[in-house]
Design a protein around this ligand. Structure first.
Ligand SMILES: [Ca+2]
Ligand SMILES: [Ca+2]
Length: 262
């Protein structure tokens, strides 16, 4: 081989070795960076990407539908917390339907009112005694019936005397909706038929199957009543996650992106 040609081959060989060496250095660098990144991620505190509570965030599929209808108004608490208020105090008669996260045992407390003048117990400008009624169904199978407890807090007109109408009332206890409230002396609710209460057509648009209309023993004269009921376990037997402590823990779930990137 001529001298010039041999020199060129050597030069090319040197260049190839140099290129290979650079490639290896690059690969080594990439491998080092990858290892370092993995190590850094492994050092992140558990709370940064994972909850220590073991409680996941609830989904809508964890909720149950609560359907309620009152003649004429109600407010409902569950386990001491406000869950639903009838948004229409008198007419038209309406159904309140809300989504809720059930937890057990579940103490339900409902204050219901007939439309009645608090001083006479009568309605429609003191021309009628009027009647009442309440019904409820939850998606877990909880329904109103005679197992619920009830107490009347305002009754009238006494003796059905519409000429000289008077009411008998007692103050509603401040803690009537508390879980620990003592209702042991209260009566069992009375069930009333669909015909007796005569719900308005909107009632038929919602699921109340299996539920009974309830009130105290006098659906005409008792105008303010409170119902209480404890559901110890889901009536439909379905196992559900308890989310009642959600505000005191960090639930598992995707981390929120930093402000400005949402
Ligand atoms: Ca009424
Ligand atoms: Ca009444």
């Amino acid at each position: 081989m001529p001298l010039t040609e041999r020199s060129n081959v050597n030069k090319q060989s040197k260049q190839n070795r140099s290129r290979t060496s650079r490639t290896w250095r690059w690969l080594s660098c990439i491998a080092l960076v990858t290892c370092f990144a993995s190590w850094v991620l492994a050092q992140e505190p558990a709370s940064a990407n994972k909850s220590q509570s073991g409680i996941r965030k609830p989904q809508m599929s964890d909720t149950v539908k609560a359907n309620m209808y009152a003649d004429n108004w109600f407010i409902l608490y569950i386990n001491g917390e406000l869950v639903a208020v009838d948004s229409i105090s008198f007419v038209p008669h309406n159904v309140i339907s809300v989504d809720m996260l059930p937890t057990y045992p579940m103490t339900i407390a409902v204050l219901a009112k007939d439309n009645a003048d608090p001083k006479t117990g009568m309605e429609y400008a003191n021309t009628n005694i009027g009647d009442a009624g309440f019904i409820l169904k939850f998606g877990d199978g909880t329904v109103t019936n005679a197992t619920w407890k009830v107490k009347a807090f305002s009754t009238g007109p006494i003796d059905r005397d519409t000429k000289n109408p008077r009411v008998r009332s007692e103050p509603v206890p401040a803690d009537w909706f508390a879980v620990g409230f003592d209702d042991s002396s209260w009566s069992k609710a009375t069930e009333y038929s669909h015909e007796q209460v005569g719900p308005k057509p909107v009632f038929n648009d919602y699921d109340f199957e299996g539920a009974k209309f309830i009130w105290s023993g006098d659906i005409e004269l008792d105008n303010v009543v409170i119902f209480r009921h404890v559901v110890t376990a889901p009536p439909d037997g379905k196992k559900r996650t308890d989310f009642s402590n959600l505000n005191n823990v960090v639930p598992e779930g995707p981390q929120r992106p930093p402000r400005g990137k949402r």
